[in-house]
Ligand binder design. Structure first.
Ligand SMILES: [Zn+2]
Length: 161
């Protein structure tokens, strides 16, 4: 396993829409976990490593001593709750910045796992925000893109300084 460099915003690859995952991604996924744990983070999307494929990994609980690694290949949102919740979100590609982002409280995702099985699950709490954040990366969106224009300008100025 190899720790790969994480792209930092505004690398243009962080604004590109990713294409469906290729067939042999096991080495990539090993490296994604290694890189995520070293960062340290709880979610990482392939485009953050410059790999423009629709894959992300998440481990919600490893920081509390209970590793729960999950691999999401070609994930899609199939349902969202009407209720929104605002969380402070960080991003490994935007170090040192926490942004208040409103997202659906619950989200149902369909995806393929590492064994090729089709999965579906409804997420709440931290995991709901995390999977939506990582899915945004696959669509070329970062947390900056979730802000109002005025707030975006203010936060971009802070990030640049
Ligand atoms: Zn991120």
């Amino acid at each position: 396993m190899t720790i790969r460099p994480i792209l930092l915003w505004p690398d243009p690859r962080l604004s590109q829409v990713c294409t469906p995952a290729e067939d042999d991604v096991s080495v990539l996924i090993d490296d994604m976990f290694e890189t995520m744990y070293a960062a340290p983070g709880r979610g990482l999307a392939a485009p953050q490593l410059g790999v423009m494929q629709r894959i992300f990994v998440m481990d919600e609980l490893w920081k509390t001593g209970t590793p729960t690694p999950m691999v999401f290949i070609n994930p899609e949102i199939t349902a969202v709750s009407n209720e929104l919740i605002t969380n402070q979100e960080g991003c490994l590609s935007i170090p040192g910045v926490l942004l208040d982002i409103a997202r659906p409280l619950e989200v149902t995702l369909g995806w393929t796992d590492l064994d090729g099985a089709v999965r579906s699950q409804t997420f709440g709490g931290f995991a709901a925000a995390c999977v939506q954040h990582e899915l945004d990366h696959l669509n070329g969106k970062t947390t900056f893109d979730r802000l109002s224009p005025a707030m975006r300008s203010e936060k971009l100025a802070e990030y640049a300084s």
